[in-house]
Design a binder for this molecule. Structure first.
Ligand SMILES: C[S@@+](CC[C@H](N)C(=O)[O-])C[C@H]1O[C@@H](n2cnc3c(N)ncnc32)[C@H](O)[C@@H]1O
Length: 212
């Protein structure tokens, strides 16, 4: 094995070890992730689940928005239970079919802690480039926004612009997590930076995180 391959495989082993240790500490999260095995939806990676859960229990956000609901919504709600729940956790899904699936797979004890809603999407050229957005998102002082939707390909675009739309309404202390979504993160970055956010790459995930 070449030195580079050895380094990569060593790095992956170390990451695997870190996740196992974290999941030993977060037993409730480990059980929830195990319960996802029979779900049809893809979810995000275990590393992303752990990172999201850690952010929620550390920051205790009162207003949470998730764009692209699913297994990650259950993880966020589980974290929020640790501090008595968010005042409002809005989990947004564009597809009626996937919404029905989420309602079946998210445990009822967590479902009761979120508003899981169906919201249509549209394309806009408002920012000089074709972008997807959810139509009419509630403007609340969100302290955590997890971006894993919408399906921008469906409206013929490569990015989505919801976070830019919502910028004037976000709370002064706020974390925005793009689940991968590199093109959307790159498009949003100048708007976020002008609003006082700074980019922080997470050490164990491919997410782009912006914090202020
Ligand atoms: C990346 S998925 C969101 C996944 C979600 N955050 C989770 O953890 O399960 C973004 C959108 O794609 C759509 N979608 C298409 N195929 C999907 C699949 N296999 N699993 C989940 N969502 C899917 C849904 O409308 C969903 O809101």
């Amino acid at each position: 094995m070449g030195i580079r391959l050895k380094a990569i495989s060593g790095g992956l082993e170390l990451l695997g070890l870190i996740y196992s240790i974290k999941l030993l500490v977060y037993r409730d999260l480990a059980d929830l992730i195990a319960s996802f095995r029979s779900a049809r939806s893809t979810g995000v990676s275990s590393a992303d689940f752990i990172a999201l859960y850690s952010h929620v229990i550390a920051r205790k956000p009162k207003f949470i928005l998730e764009l692209g609901a699913g297994q990650s919504s259950a993880v966020i709600a589980l974290g929020a239970k640790k501090y008595g729940g968010a005042r409002r956790f809005l989990a947004v899904e564009e597809s009626a079919e996937w919404l029905a699936h989420h309602r079946e797979t998210i445990p009822p004890t967590l479902m009761s802690d979120m508003d899981l809603v169906q919201v249509n999407t549209e394309a806009t050229e408002q920012y000089g480039v074709r972008a997807a957005r959810y139509v009419g998102l509630p403007t609340l002082p969100y302290e955590l926004v997890h971006i894993d939707g919408p399906d921008h390909d469906k409206v013929g675009s490569k990015i989505s612009c919801d976070i830019v739309d919502l910028l004037p309404h976000l709370a002064p202390s706020c974390l925005v997590v793009f689940d991968g979504r590199e093109s959307t993160a790159r498009f949003s970055r100048p708007y976020l930076e002008r609003a006082g956010f700074r980019l922080r790459r997470h050490p164990f995930t491919l997410s782009h995180e912006f914090v202020r």
